[in-house]
Unconditional design. Structure first.
Length: 333
């Protein structure tokens, strides 16, 4: 058995069938997906990715969360930033700036190639699902990365200054404006792809990554039929808390909870998804919430959920599966 392959899963016949689906946004989602990718046979993993953050810039279709997941599973992501590529340069962006073009969204030279290819393939009529598969395969990724939909969905936030497109709020205004409400424009006409629905229907485990509930997981869950598909497999569904010690692991989730009148805690997340979940992975700093989350009918698994190293990611991935009763032991661990 090679390193990173599972040594023991409860029933050997299930090992053949093991299929783990992760619902993910950007950086937090990528870390959780990478942990599962490390400890499972690579083809066992499917990542369903939020595309509400997608937008067009300079005529190019940008899918930030898909790219963050793709670069991370390929091992070529920027290690500190989380998004973008390791060692990328910004010469094209500098030139765009000289022409007076937009430079607030930091598109690296190598990253630009991804968006140019996506434009090229879209203009040839390929779906986002097919394009993502082609790019991911070219980068040697054996897991499936699935956009939540091939239809456009645009996350927008209402702020005291008016409605902002997602990246205007998130990147250009650095998540400073107060969020009054979040909307997913186009969600009524959008459908989850058949690949997404099939992956959910045959999943042995469904993992909610520690992504922003309002901005990353809710768009996926808002697609018609997705909540119902997940609820029907509730016994196999676990969420990893994105809130640790009252703070978001990354991004504005805790700030948004306060703006929505809640005190930031894992309990807010557990309550939000209680009807979809069997289990919840709680950080060891937050054991005070264990009983309240268990009272929602969820099995609570406590571990250190901070993911800085590959070993951390593997530990959190194991914890998520253990919370559902799966044991995956790396023979070299
Ligand atoms: N996030 C930033 O905070 N600043 C950027 O300039 C930026 C550029 C960028 C370029 C390509 C890409 O795929 C992602 C990029 N991100 C950037 C991250 C991204 O916009 C957000 O983290 C996600 O949309 C939220 O999940």
């Amino acid at each position: 058995m090679t390193q990173g392959q599972p040594e023991h899963i409860p029933d050997p016949t299930q090992r053949e069938l093991l299929h783990v689906v992760v619902l993910a946004g950007g950086v937090g989602g990528a870390k959780a997906a990478a942990g599962l990718y490390q400890i499972l046979p690579p083809q066992a993993l499917t990542v369903i990715v939020n595309t509400g953050d997608d937008f067009e810039l300079l005529g190019l279709p940008i899918s930030p969360d898909l790219d963050t997941i793709m670069y991370t599973l390929a091992g070529i992501n920027h290690p500190e930033q989380g998004w973008g590529l390791a060692g990328d340069t910004f010469q094209a962006l500098e030139m765009i700036g000289r022409y007076g073009g937009p430079t607030w969204f930091r598109l690296g030279d190598k990253d630009l190639a991804t968006h140019i290819m996506r434009r090229y393939l879209r203009d040839q009529g390929h779906s986002l699902t097919a394009i993502t598969e082609q790019l991911a395969q070219a980068l040697g990724i054996q897991a499936r990365i699935l956009p939540m939909s091939d239809d456009p969905v645009c996350t927008v936030v209402d702020t005291p200054e008016g409605r902002l497109p997602f990246q205007e709020y998130f990147v250009r205004q650095r998540q400073q404006p107060r969020v009054l409400a979040v909307h997913f424009e186009g969600i009524d006409r959008a459908r989850p792809t058949p690949a997404v629905m099939e992956a959910l229907a045959r999943a042995d485990a469904i993992v909610f990554a520690p992504s922003n509930p309002y901005l990353s997981l809710d768009p996926i869950l808002a697609l018609p039929g997705v909540r119902e598909a997940i609820r029907s497999r509730r016994e196999r569904v676990v969420a990893i808390s994105p809130i640790v010690g009252g703070k978001a692991l990354k991004g504005p989730a805790a700030k948004m909870m306060r703006e929505f009148g809640e005190s930031p805690s894992p309990l807010v997340v557990a309550r939000r998804y209680a009807d979809l979940l069997a289990a919840f992975v709680l950080d060891e700093q937050d054991t005070a919430y264990r009983d309240a989350i268990a009272a929602l009918g969820l099995r609570v698994h406590v571990t250190d959920t901070i993911m800085k190293t590959p070993a951390d990611r593997a530990r959190v991935a194991r914890a998520a599966l253990a919370a559902l009763g799966w044991e995956v032991v790396d023979e070299h661990a």
